[in-house]
Structure formats: structure tokens, C-alpha cells
Design a protein around this ligand. Structure first.
Ligand SMILES: [Zn+2]
Length: 96
């Protein structure tokens, strides 16, 4: 299932109270992204939320979530990214 289909399957309506981005699926449903910083090798990566949700991790809570750096294997620190326009030609590593 493509990322757009995952968003359409479980859309989040933004109410006056705001949105709660508490699981790995919620940022994807709200067009947010999730990045991770590796303090050991000083690099950023973007998590492939669509793939994580497709692999059954959508209900996993963001609080305490520590993705593992693909370069060094160290624990990453996650950072929520708001909706942004895509930049052509950007190349990012992926931390899972
Ligand atoms: Zn690392």
C-alpha cells in the first residue's frame, strides 16, 4: 500500500484541539515526517514511515521510540517534521 493510500485509509481531521502525534502512524496520516539524529556519528536521516506502518509498526508509540542508526548501530533521537514542500534532488539516508 502506498503512503497516500495509508493516509486515505485513516485520515486525521484537525480539530480545534489540535492533533496528537503519539504513534508512528499518526505523523504519516497528518503529512508530518519523522527524522532521527545519531549522536554517535553525527548524521540525520528520515524515517520511512510508510514502510514502518506497512510492516506493522503503526501502533508503536513515539514516546521512547529509539530508531537504530544504519551507519553505526547506535540509538537515534527522533524529531517530528511538519509538512514541508518536497525538494527535488535531495538525498537522505534512512534510519530505522
Ligand atoms: Zn550513527
Amino acid at each position: 500500500m502506498a503512503d497516500d493510500e495509508l493516509r486515505a485509509a485513516a485520515p486525521i481531521t484537525v480539530a480545534r484541539t489540535g492533533i496528537t502525534l503519539d504513534t508512528l502512524a499518526k505523523p504519516l496520516q497528518c503529512n508530518h515526517g519523522l527524522a532521527a539524529w545519531c549522536p554517535r556519528c553525527h548524521r540525520w536521516g528520515h524515517l520511512d514511515l510508510g514502510r514502518l506502518v506497512r510492516e506493522g509498526h503503526g501502533a508503536r508509540r513515539l514516546q521512547g521510540f529509539k530508531p537504530r542508526c544504519r551507519a553505526c548501530g547506535g540509538p537515534g533521537q527522533v524529531q517530528m517534521r511538519p509538512p514541508m514542500p518536497s525538494w527535488g534532488g535531495a538525498s537522505w539516508g534512512i534510519i530505522r
